[in-house]
Design a protein around this ligand. Structure first.
Ligand SMILES: C[S@@+](CC[C@H](N)C(=O)[O-])C[C@H]1O[C@@H](n2cnc3c(N)ncnc32)[C@H](O)[C@@H]1O
Length: 327
């Protein structure tokens, strides 16, 4: 019998990330038929480990665009043997990966979108302004343009759109000018840029003034919304009947995409797909207290219906009024 580690192994010990809404992910995936689940955001492997431990009818293919995450999670999950496999790939490559592996249908797809704590805490990755690092921010450091490359080429108008759309920044033209002036005057590291912005942006008591700018820049560098949309387009048709897709989003723009996409797939109770969560599930109070990062998490679940068993799951878990459910 395989002995499974109860603590992180040496290879994964340096990869700090607390998984959010683990109980709810297990609850969402428990009823799916036996087979492979794609964990599209493997990260430190926390969700995958719970699936492998608690749902013995499932195997996990973990994807991540970050090679450091793949390495740490693969070491952590090696004791599960051939129930676990990993691939360096992006959401937008899901269909190709499944085709190459000969997976015609999946039992589930999980995505816990955004960055890992490990990425934020690794200064040289350039995600954080609390530690000085290069203007990089790529989740996949093996390909694509860095933030520095992108700031060298962008116009004020295009950057303003990025800040407005991905950071909810209202005075986006003025803020875009500040970012580009600081960059052109030599602010070429994360803390240099954040300090220049902090000196000029209005103070907010709860967060650093550069927080939303950095969030918007990260989403831009990694094309996160385009990536999420391609996952939302590609994954549901890959599910077998009774299979489920579960997505955890942290940013209102991401959650809106998930909500719209699930609603288009499942406009009523009796189509090819069923929305298991009419309203998003949110973390329990205890989790919110213990892990403040979880507070903005929203989990939505879609199921590919089993033909001839309409209403097997009793339809939605909430009432029919889904107004104001974006949290
Ligand atoms: C919030 S972490 C996931 C943590 C993981 N659920 C756990 O329990 O440890 C998000 C991970 O998804 C990866 N990621 C984000 N967008 C991606 C994409 N479009 N394709 C593949 N991986 C992506 C990031 O590199 C990061 O490692």
């Amino acid at each position: 019998m395989t002995t499974l580690p109860t603590e992180p192994t040496a290879a994964s010990a340096g990869f700090a990330h607390v998984s959010v809404m683990g109980d709810e992910v297990i609850e969402a995936l428990r009823p799916v038929p036996a087979g492979w689940v794609v964990d599209g955001t493997l990260g430190g492997g926390g969700h995958s480990e719970r699936i492998l431990r608690e749902l013995p009818h499932l195997s996990v293919l973990g994807l991540d665009r970050d090679p450091a995450a793949l390495q740490a999670a693969s070491a952590r999950l090696a004791p599960f043997g051939d129930r676990f496999a990993a691939e360096h790939s992006r959401f937008s490559e899901l269909a190709q990966v499944c085709e190459r592996r000969g997976f015609p249908f999946l039992s589930g797809v999980l995505a816990d979108v955004g960055v890992s704590s490990h990425q934020i805490d690794t200064a040289e990755r350039g995600f954080s302004f609390r530690q000085d690092g290069p203007l990089d921010m790529r989740m996949d450091p093996t390909r694509g343009e860095t933030l520095e490359d992108m700031l060298s080429e962008v116009t004020v108008e295009d950057l303003a759109n990025v800040l407005y759309e991905f950071g909810d920044i209202r005075r986006s033209i003025g803020t875009a000018r500040m970012v580009l002036e600081a960059f052109q005057q030599g602010a070429h590291t994360t803390s240099a840029l954040a300090n220049r912005l902090a000196a000029r942006l209005p103070r907010n008591r709860s967060i650093h003034p550069a927080t939303m700018v950095f969030q918007a820049l990260r989403i831009w560098v990694n094309a996160e919304l385009d990536e999420l949309q391609s996952l939302l387009d590609a994954a549901p048709p890959l599910l077998q009947p009774g299979g489920r897709m579960a997505v955890i989003a942290f940013h209102s723009g991401e959650d809106r995409l998930v909500k719209q996409s699930f609603r288009e797939r499942a406009p009523g109770r009796y189509g090819e797909y069923v929305r298991i969560t009419r309203k998003p599930w949110i973390p329990k109070g205890r989790e919110q207290e213990e892990n403040p990062r979880s507070r903005s998490a929203r989990l939505r679940v879609l199921e590919r219906a089993v033909p001839g068993s309409m209403g097997r799951y009793g339809g939605f878990d909430g009432d029919d009024n889904d107004e104001g459910d974006e949290g």
